[in-house]
Design a protein around this ligand. Structure first.
Ligand code: 5GP
Length: 118
């Protein structure tokens, strides 16, 4: 791993192309790439460039960014052809299954979903 990679989160490394990932969308504020272990036929992670660890760590200054992530998730779903049926998930905290501590929205689609989620 290069020195420039040191101290970055896993998702920063993917966004910066330090390590491989299938990036499907990016702009100045965020990027979207395919989940390495998909939980549905479409499973894309929308990730801010800013390494906010968890949703609760976002501040009022991040409000526009959070809205942008939602808009991006919807656009990515449309680009994937699943704009009429997709689920967004944010895991906030290890106790509910968060494993990567860089905020991300899961865009899941292409299969049946249960409610409430497991
Ligand atoms: P969390 O459990 O934190 O909400 O979601 C983390 C997600 O990141 C998981 O769905 C997991 O499969 C995905 N993931 C973990 N490591 C990698 C990786 O190296 N590359 C990609 N593309 N996804 C990853």
């Amino acid at each position: 791993m290069s020195e420039a990679s040191e101290g970055k989160t896993l998702f920063q490394k993917i966004i910066d192309r330090d390590i491989p990932g299938t990036i499907v969308y990016e702009d100045d504020h965020c990027a979207a790439f395919r989940d390495i272990n998909p939980g549905a036929p479409t499973h894309i992670l929308v990730v801010p460039r800013k390494p906010i660890p968890r949703l609760v760590d976002a501040s009022d200054d991040d409000q526009a960014l959070l809205g942008h992530l939602m808009r991006t998730a919807a656009k990515v779903a449309q680009d994937e052809g699943v704009g009429d049926a997709f689920r967004l998930v944010i895991n906030n905290g290890a106790d509910v299954g968060q494993t990567v501590f860089h905020l991300h929205l899961h865009v899941l689609a292409g299969r049946e979903f249960q409610w409430p989620p497991g």
